[in-house]
Design a protein around this ligand. Sequence first.
Ligand code: 4NP
Length: 156
Amino acid sequence: MIRVLFVCLGNICRSPMAEAVFRDLVKKSNLDEQIEVDSAGTSDWHIGKVPHEGTREILDKYQISFAGMQARQLQKEDADNFQYIIVMDDSNKENALEICEPSSDDEMILLTDFLKNRTDTYVPDPYFTGDFDYTYDLVLEGCEQLLQHIKQEQKL
Ligand code: 4NP
């Protein structure tokens, strides 16, 4: 099983959005037997909470399920359990590296590194910007490219 973990600060806006979007893409590609998806936050601020209302609204708009999703904090063991840890910005990466130590540099990657025709270097936090649509656009495109990357790398 290939396991992919999305990480942000609170695990209520960006990483649950990416988790739901990526799981939807995986399912539509009939790869749900091969690829497992999860998300976590570097903080413990929202443990147990459902995704933020803005994230739920945008997922509803595109008919993407977030059933059963609840915020959790990143754990040290996550580095062993996930082959791909995808962060939303540099501060997520810094904070995540304090919690867990991936076996290689390639294991922890910015979602924006997968974007093709954009100059964005981080996924803006809609908790502060209020712009869930823009964040969704980046998340969708990043997830589409990430899936292509994994399919190629894992020969799926
Ligand atoms: P996220 O957004 O990291 O995309 O889930 C945030 C959610 C909550 C807070 C900050 C960012 N907060 O300060 O509570």
